[in-house]
Design a protein around this ligand. Structure first.
Ligand SMILES: C[S@@+](CC[C@H](N)C(=O)[O-])C[C@H]1O[C@@H](n2cnc3c(N)ncnc32)[C@H](O)[C@@H]1O
Length: 220
């Protein structure tokens, strides 16, 4: 991708998200109703990897990437982890986050306003780095480098979770929000290049027909 194309790719996404209302419906493109199914699926996927579920991953500190207003922080991460940090491109969403999350937002330590392409998780810090419905906003090169920085950001026995839409035959580009939907083969390739290993990979069940398949990956 040329520098001009890259500028347009990121600029268009930024403009799109700036025009979106800071609500769960806004985060999910009008599909707020799938949020409980999504959170339940995430919980079931994550729990066996955690110490409470018989796994090795501690529950001290998590990072929510492309966090929006904190839908995942509120419903999935704060009920499990002592503290959560959020990183999000759009300041307007972060401005809404504490009131959306409510009382428990006192355990959200840091709200970082940054694109993931420019963000480095604090090395050795996080038990879980959660990335969901945001990696399509990164170029291939930035995605690879971001995954490498995530690996360095993990605490002992920490894991990176990817939860993303997957396309069938080839990647698709969405002009509306300026994002890619990658194939499984493409995701598997970038994961392998990053040096992260796939501990577990599952398809989210129970979403309405007509949506993309959604896969969850646990990486270390
Ligand atoms: C589809 S929403 C998902 C929000 C959240 N992960 C969830 O599942 O509720 C995508 C989010 O990614 C943010 N975003 C877009 N491009 C980004 C980038 N390059 N770096 C970080 N966040 C980005 C948007 O502002 C938006 O909040």
């Amino acid at each position: 991708m040329s520098l001009d194309d890259e500028e347009k790719f990121y600029g268009d996404a930024k403009n799109y998200w700036e025009g979106i209302t800071p609500t769960v419906d806004g985060m999910l493109g009008g599909f707020a109703k799938i949020s409980p199914t999504d959170i339940n699926g995430s919980h079931a996927f994550l729990r066996p990897l955690l110490v409470i579920g018989g796994g090795k991953t501690e529950m001290t500190r998590a990072l929510d990437c492309g966090a929006g207003i904190g839908r995942i922080t509120k419903r999935l991460l704060l009920p499990i982890f002592k503290t959560v940090d959020m990183v999000e491109l759009n300041q307007k969403f972060l401005d809404e986050a504490r009131s959306f999350i409510g009382e428990e937002s006192s355990r959200v330590d840091n709200l970082f306003c940054s694109g993931l392409q420019n963000f480095t998780p604090e090395p050795g810090s996080y038990d879980v780095i959660w990335t969901q419905w945001v990696l399509g906003h990164l170029t291939d090169e930035h995605l690879l480098n971001f995954l490498k920085r995530c690996q360095l950001g993990l605490a002992k026995n920490g894991i990176v979770i990817l939860k993303e839409n997957i396309s069938g035959q080839e990647r698709e580009f969405d002009e509306l929000d300026s994002s890619y939907t990658r194939t499984r083969a493409e995701l598997d390739k970038v994961i392998s290049m990053s040096g992260l290993k796939i501990l577990k990979c599952e398809k989210q069940k129970g979403f309405p027909k007509g949506l993309y398949d959604v896969y969850m990956y646990a990486l270390q």
